[in-house]
Design a protein around this ligand. Sequence first.
Ligand code: ADP
Ligand code: MG
Length: 681
Amino acid sequence: MPRLSLDDPVTAITGINTAYGGKLERVGVKTVRDLLLYFPRKHQDFANVTPIAWIRPGMRTTVRARVYQIRRQLTPRKHMQIARATVSDDSGQLNVVWFNQPYIASYLHEGDQIFLAGEVDLNGGLVMKNPEYEKVSNDPNHAARIVPVYPETRGLTSRWLRPKIRPLLWLADQLDEVLPAEILARRGFTPRAAAVKQVHFPESMEALERARGRFEFEEIFLNQLANQLAKRARKAHPAHAIPFDEQVARAFVAALPFKLTNAQRKAAWQLFQDMMKAEPMNRLLEGDVGSGKTVVAAMAMHHVGKAGFQSMLLAPTEILARQHADVIESLLRPFGVAVGLLLGSTPTAARRSLLASVASGDVHVLVGTHALIEEDVKFKDLGFAVVDEQHRFGVHQRLSVRQSELWPHFLSMTATPIPRTLGLTLFGDLDISILNEMPPGRPPVTTRLVPPDERTAAYNFIREQVLAGRQVFVICPLIQESDKLGVRSATQEAEKLQGEVFPDLAPRIALLHGRMKSAEKEDVMARFQRGEIAILVSTSVVEVGIDIPNATVMMIEGADRFGLAQLHQFRGRIGRGPHESICLLLTDVDDPETMRRLTAVVTHRSGFDLAEIDLQNRGMGDLHGVQQHGNEFKMANLLDAGLISDAQAEAVRLLDRDPTLAGEPALRRQLSAYRRVFALD
Ligand code: ADP
Ligand code: MG
């Protein structure tokens, strides 16, 4: 294919028709360049060719042998097509079986010299199951080498991809190097073209590791550059400097009905220090449910109000907005700081007069839902914007809260525990404050793993709690793919509880799911808050992020289907009052892996620990609320703190020397593509 170039569509490649072009496009591969950069997920080291006599069970290796016999069969009971072969070399004989690939029996013939690569089992005699196979040549793709294994999705197999990518590798020489020469030299990285070749078809495991190391760095480096550029752009904007006033802070603390935790004190201090600067703060306040984030935000709002500026707080639901407004008003009213509440449901006349007070500066703190970020909401002098559970809001919404030339200081609050290394990458433009300490005097929540045969006992316990006046959450998992919002699973569960398990309590059992209108949802939550509902059956889609001090039981069905950090967040909804609380994890699965994961929730009390365990075991997928950010990393291990701090240091160093990247045109192009894809621009 001598005339191919990097920008040609993949369908210009021999052997790729439009059907395959479509499949590739679905994994983001449109051009020859994209295909070169479509990296393997892992490799199999099949480089050693072992004589059959030397093979031992459990070995993963390549065999070079002659087909002695091959035929197709139908398994008697399972109706599965198999291909079965016997092969031999000078040293011995080996059986081979391929399941569901009967066509192999017509591709390979008796007498063919072939490579087989795979794991050898002991089953009567030695047998290879579903090995890679290939007729012997000097330059095999599937065996007798370190073999790439590509992400196998949507009808794209490694077996199909290998011979398509291999002949393209010479084109890698035309790819731009994106890392600055200085970094390549200092860190001894493989140049990009060579690294692309080694990552697909490595000469050795060492060469592969070096090449991978370079791309891991490249990924994090681009991310850190984007973060640093965003940070520098933000800091170049002017903001109101809010002077720190010790008297004001003392007065606020003295009026609180409790003592701040050390973590709250430290976080507040970090906020004050940021806000003293005439550049906008961008800080994330992270802490488990109940760790007291609202008070910290209120303390800063108090300060901002006393300095003559306004604040706003954006909440994800009306009920949470109301809750925040009540809390903040009770804290700030004694100081003459006026709090307003703006909701989608606020009547027109009330809305108009509230907006007038916001525009004139008579309202110092405006709390609300999305209604806050509508066009006509104009502040006199917005100094501070807070977003609760920011991952629910898009970047644009974040930007549009900035109303004037002077940007407000920005704080987002989340209960999603984000491991430190992730904080540096995914939220790299944010500074992070962590509330890693709970207010004292709250009885810790007990967590129990309930085996299927103790389900009845669990129901009896729930009945006792309800009869004693307490309230209960029941969380249902999403069971079927088609039931995306979990409507069906939650509905069935509620019917079962009302009809069979608790018929006596049926009128006090209610259902909450994502298909309900938001007014309906708010109504159910309000009735639960007032205690009219005793048992709330909910999907995980509906986050029940409200303060119900009287709720003492959190029962989670299908607990194996949730991430650990997510289970922890559910658990945080109880234990908020004086009563002892218990979280019950139910599952029908009892394999050791599931038991180990769920036991971690029983033994660990920290959401951060659980988030790290999630990340180690199952990658980003389980980190509820952050997974959508993680897709940009294909190679890098996001728990590799050393890699991340190295990449960050290099990004800072480069930008200090060349703030506009004028000397690095290829890097600049790559970065602008990166920022476009991840909507950073
Ligand atoms: P978060 O938003 O982090 O989930 P909240 O701010 O809603 O937590 O606080 C949870 C509860 O704890 C509230 O009722 C609040 O008044 C109370 N609280 C906050 N800080 C303290 C503290 N230092 N000591 C005792 N109670 C506190
Ligand atoms: Mg909160």
